[in-house]
Design a protein around this ligand. Structure first.
Ligand code: HEM
Length: 142
């Protein structure tokens, strides 16, 4: 009996307990809802930023339309979606802002709140946060 047949048989016997082993795993990009889902996350984050006076102050001189586009592009690229990030490097972009650890953590909390609202699965949330955490050293000034 072929391996695929064995998996199918086992899955049938286990009453649908192992859909993962038959289907190919979804990309993180798909788990975030594709580009439409990522756009909703970015817009949700913009609302969170707008409501937080301390974080909002850092965006006083920012072209928000560009920020929105570049962040969406970057989240797409970082989640293995079909995008190439064309914005400035994280180090260059954030260097003059003197972002503190506390501010970084606050934005992460905002992002988690938005992903919860968008009903993104916990595993996908954690996978995205892990990839963003890798950028922390280029963003936080201290
Ligand atoms: C992993 C976390 C973060 C990611 C992925 C990220 C990503 C980005 C991206 C893609 C841009 C646009 C770059 C461009 O215009 O070419 C940007 C700009 C900006 N980010 Fe972040 N960022 C992060 C964390 C933060 C934090 C924690 C703050 C402050 C609390 C912050 C404040 C800003 C500001 C103010 C700008 C606009 C800069 C300007 O107008 O020159 N970012 N960020």
């Amino acid at each position: 009996m072929s391996n695929a047949l064995k998996v199918l048989l086992a899955c049938t016997l286990l009453a649908g307990g192992c859909a993962q082993s038959v289907q190919s795993p979804q990309s993180l990009y798909a788990e975030l809802g594709g580009q439409a889902g990522i756009d909703r996350i970015v817009d949700g984050l913009l609302w969170e930023i707008a409501e937080d006076a301390e974080i909002r102050a850092l965006f006083a001189d920012t072209d928000i339309q560009r920020f929105r586009n570049k962040l969406a592009e970057q989240l797409c690229a970082v989640s293995d979606g079909p995008c190439v990030y064309t914005g400035d490097s994280m180090r260059e972009t954030h260097r003059h802002l003197a972002v503190t650890s506390a501010q970084f953590n606050r934005l992460v909390d905002d992002l988690i709140r938005v992903m919860e609202r968008e009903r993104i699965a916990t595993g996908a949330q954690n996978a995205l946060l892990q990839r963003l955490a890798a950028m922390r050293g280029d963003i936080v000034a201290e």
